[in-house]
Design a protein around this ligand. Structure first.
Ligand SMILES: [Zn+2]
Ligand SMILES: [Zn+2]
Length: 222
């Protein structure tokens, strides 16, 4: 079931992008703030304590590795995992580098999803705006429907694949907490960047503050 839900998040994003106009898509910053705050809260309230309780040695090293991996990936993805795309439009070659960097990011995201935590919902909420903005970019840049769907199919399959690999691979499971700590690094970097970007001018915005508070409280009581 969790595999289908994760995949449907991307399908849903594509459908929303196909229906909405570009003006509406640019207006999802409130939702982005919610998704960043929610993912950050699940990471801090659930994943972090679990890793610090169970991982022998220094979890901080693995968390830092995750942060560095994400910094590296963003050179290639141009931050598409934050819900914005800065790719040059015009040349319609298949964006392979973007696909590989986003897929690696999505694969790592899938590893720590399990029945013991609410990360599934954190990832679904985070993935929807990313899928909307990506789909919108593809549609707008006049990529063929085939290319768009192929890209989204592969991207959408990566997070469920990560979760599945953790379920079936004893080797991966043996290093469950190390892998989770790396994913925590990825989540910390992505979610705080999303929050930062959602208020670039640092102007006080009441609805944004309320949305962020709501996400934190919701994640806490989930
Ligand atoms: Zn960004
Ligand atoms: Zn992500």
């Amino acid at each position: 079931m969790k595999f289908i839900i994760l995949f449907l998040a991307v399908v849903f994003g594509y459908i929303v992008a196909s229906i909405l106009s570009s003006k509406n898509v640019k207006n999802i910053s409130l939702y982005l703030a919610f998704s960043g705050a929610f993912l950050l809260s699940i990471t801090l309230f659930e994943l972090l304590p679990e890793v610090f309780e169970n991982l022998e040695g220094n979890p901080g090293i693995f968390i830092m590795i995750g942060i560095l991996i994400q910094i590296g990936l963003e050179f290639f993805s141009k931050g598409s995992e934050h819900g914005h795309v800065h790719l040059s439009t015009g040349k319609q070659t298949f964006p392979l580098v973007l696909l590989i960097s986003l897929s690696l990011h999505a694969l790592i995201e899938g590893f720590p999803i399990s029945g013991d935590n609410n990360l599934l919902w954190g990832i679904v909420i985070h993935k929807i705006p990313v899928a909307i903005v990506l789909s919108f970019f593809f549609i707008n840049a006049k990529y063929t429907r085939k290319t768009t769907i192929l890209f989204l199919l592969i991207f959408g399959a990566m997070t469920p694949l990560g979760t599945y690999l953790m379920d079936i691979s004893p080797t991966l499971f043996k290093y469950k907490f190390e892998v989770s700590a790396i994913a925590i690094g990825v989540f910390l970097h992505v979610s705080t960047t999303i929050l930062f970007e959602s208020s670039k001018d640092h102007k006080f915005n009441l609805s944004k503050v309320l949305v962020i508070l709501f996400a934190v409280v919701l994640a806490y009581f989930l």
